[in-house]
Design a protein around this ligand. Structure first.
Ligand code: GUN
Length: 295
C-alpha cells in the first residue's frame, strides 16, 4: 500500500471531477458558477492566494471577479461592498481574503457575509451547521483533509484521532468533522493545544494524528504510534543555505524521522496544501447548484 498521501494527485483528480460536473451542470441549463474575491490592501501573500484561486476558477470553467480595495478602506465601506455581493444574483459565492487591516473587524466582516454565499465556510451559521451535521460549506483546510482521508480509503470509524492546534480555520473544525457520525468521521477525537499536558503521551496513542500547531518539524518520532496515519497541516519556510532558494518548505512534522514508523503520511509540500483550493471550488459549485441551502 502506498505510504505517501499525494495531495497533488488527489487534488488533480478532484479538479477534473469539478470541471466535468460544471460542464454537465451548465449544459443542462444551470448557471455558470461565479466566485468573487475581495482583496484589501496589497499584502503579497494575499495577492498570491487570490490570484491562484482566480486562476483555478478559469481552469474549471467558473466565472470569477476580484474586488480590490485600498488598505485605507473603512469598515463601513467594506461592509457596503459585501452587501452588494450578497444581493448580486450573478455572484454565487465570495470570499474576503484575510488578514484584514487592523482597523477593520474580521468578525463583523465575516458576519456580514450571506451564509448562503459564504464559500469559505467561516460564518458562524456555517460552522454551527457543520457541528450539527447539516449541509454546510466546509472551510478549505478541514474540507481538504477530509477529502484526503476519503480518497485514500482510510478507515476512520472508532479510531483514536488526535488533533494538535485549535485554530478556528483548521484544528477546531477538523476535530468537529472527525467526531461527527459520518464517513470519514466516527473517530474518538482529542483536541490538543498550547495548554495541553502530556502532549507526547497523548499523541503516541493516536491512530490518526493531525498536526496543525504551526511549529516547524515539531512532531518527532517520540510522538508517533507505530502504524499511525499522520496528516501534516504545517507549512514553513526554513532557512537552508545549501538549497537553491536559500530555504526549504517544511511542515509541522519531522518527515524523515517519522515516515518509517507510519502506515500513511501526507508530505509538505504536496500534501494538504493543494487540497485546500479544491475545497473552495467545490463549495462554489455547490453554491451555484444551490445544494447546501436547499430550501
Ligand atoms: N487567508 C488565509 N487563508 C484564507 C482562507 O482560506 N480564506 C480567506 N478568505 N482568507 C485566508
Amino acid at each position: 500500500m502506498e505510504k505517501l498521501i499525494d495531495g497533488k494527485l488527489i487534488s488533480k483528480a478532484l479538479i477534473e471531477e469539478i470541471s466535468r460536473e460544471t460542464k454537465e451542470f451548465v449544459a443542462k441549463g444551470g448557471k455558470k458558477p461565479h466566485l468573487a474575491a475581495i482583496l484589501v490592501g496589497n499584502d503579497g501573500a494575499s495577492e498570491t492566494y487570490v490570484n491562484s484561486k482566480i486562476k483555478m476558477c478559469l481552469e474549471v470553467g467558473f466565472d470569477s471577479s476580484v474586488i480590490r480595495c485600498t488598505s485605507t478602506i473603512t469598515e463601513e465601506q467594506l461592509l457596503k461592498k459585501i452587501e452588494k455581493l450578497n444581493t448580486n444574483p450573478d455572484i454565487d459565492g465570495f470570499i474576503v481574503q484575510l488578514p484584514l487591516p487592523r482597523h477593520v473587524s474580521e468578525l463583523k466582516v465575516i458576519e456580514a457575509i450571506n451564509p448562503q454565499k459564504d464559500v469559505d465556510g467561516f460564518h458562524p451559521a456555517n460552522i454551527g451547521r457543520m457541528a450539527l451535521n447539516l449541509p454546510s460549506y466546509l472551510p478549505a483546510t478541514p474540507f481538504g483533509i477530509y477529502q484526503m482521508l476519503e480518497k485514500s480509503g482510510i478507515e476512520t470509524e472508532g479510531k483514536n484521532c488526535v488533533v494538535i492546534g485549535r485554530s478556528h480555520i483548521v484544528g477546531s473544525p477538523i476535530s468537529i468533522l472527525l467526531a461527527r457520525n459520518s464517513n470519514p468521521g466516527n473517530c474518538t477525537v482529542t483536541l490538543c493545544h498550547s495548554k495541553t499536558q502530556n502532549l507526547k503521551e497523548i499523541c503516541s496513542r493516536a491512530d490518526i494524528l493531525i498536526a496543525a500547531l504551526g511549529k516547524p518539524e515539531f512532531i518527532t518520532k517520540e510522538y508517533i504510534k507505530k502504524g499511525a496515519i499522520v496528516i501534516d497541516v504545517g507549512i514553513h519556510r526554513v532557512q537552508d543555505s545549501s538549497s537553491p532558494k536559500g530555504y526549504l518548505i517544511k511542515g509541522d512534522v519531522k518527515f524523515d524521522e517519522v515516515e518509517p514508523l507510519v502506515s500513511k503520511i501526507s508530505p509538505v509540500p504536496g500534501g494538504v496544501g493543494p487540497m485546500t483550493i479544491v475545497a473552495l471550488l467545490k463549495n462554489t459549485l455547490l453554491a451555484a447548484q444551490k445544494k447546501v441551502y436547499a430550501y
